[in-house]
Design a protein around this ligand. Structure first.
Ligand code: 6PG
Length: 235
């Protein structure tokens, strides 16, 4: 099976943000019409800033929108590394429900992953949309090389979230994570990737070429996608 990938190219991050926000809005509206609510997974990191700025201006019935980060760093709420803190700051005031993947109570990262998995059972599934970011090392969500990689990539299909310890720890946020599993990501009704810069583009193209045998997590995820995937890329 070859995943169908459609590339969307933009001259700058602002233009990409506007286009992607429009696409996300449309998917949310369609899910609300079809199912009475939308459940979407959104990435952390720096790239989505302009997307979220635009999306937050969209006229949507935000009370019917549930947002979960694709992954998070195990740090307290309010920490600059916390993805859910950034997402909540933008979307909670609009009335959206924002579900954290991490909680203070878990004794270790594995337990944090199990708790997140249990929390996600409360929402309609599959995700209506999963937007992925990607690191220049080919990680996506928090699916990184390390002791938990196999579980993240090939764990049981019903496992939505798990705790992971990246190895080596990524310098921008050197902590354990909770991530959506490959199974949860590829089950989404719509899957999009948002990246910027030539370096990431080269990595993603390599991952796509390598397919199911890729050593890069993003390559493995894309190889398992059953629906066409939209890749949004800006200079
Ligand atoms: C995280 C992310 C991660 C992110 C990439 C890209 O918390 O680490 O969700 O998967 O999307 O690391 O990050 P940038 O957009 O900052 O390059």
């Amino acid at each position: 099976m070859t995943t169908e990938i459609e590339w969307w190219e933009y001259d700058d991050a602002g233009e990409m943000g506007e286009a992607l926000a429009g696409d996300i809005q449309f998917i949310i509206e369609s899910a609300i019409d079809a199912r009475g609510g939308a459940v979407v997974a959104l990435p952390g990191g720096r790239t989505p800033g302009p997307i979220y700025a635009k999306l937050s201006k969209a006229k949507l019935d935000w009370k019917r929108v549930t947002i979960v980060p694709t992954d998070d760093r195990i740090v307290p709420m309010g920490d600059p590394m916390s993805n859910v803190t950034g997402i909540a700051k933008i979307f909670l005031p609009l009335g959206a429900r924002v579900i954290p993947l991490v909680s203070d109570k878990a004794p270790d990262y594995k337990a944090a992953g199990r708790a997140a998995d249990a929390r996600l059972l409360d929402f309609h599934w599959p995700l209506d949309l999963c937007v992925l970011g990607m690191g220049a090392d080919g990680h996506t969500a928090s699916i990184f090389p390390g002791p938990d990689l196999t579980e993240a990539l090939t764990g049981p299909k019903e496992r939505r979230a798990l705790g992971v310890m990246p190895e080596p720890l990524p310098p921008e946020a050197p902590v354990a994570r909770v991530t959506l599993s490959l199974a949860a990501i590829v089950a989404a009704r719509a899957l999009m990737i948002a990246i910027t810069g030539q370096e990431k583009r080269d990595v993603l193209e390599r991952a796509i070429t390598e397919g199911a045998g890729s050593t890069l997590p993003i390559g493995r995820v894309l190889a398992e996608a059953e629906l066409p995937v939209d890749v949004h890329w800006s200079v």
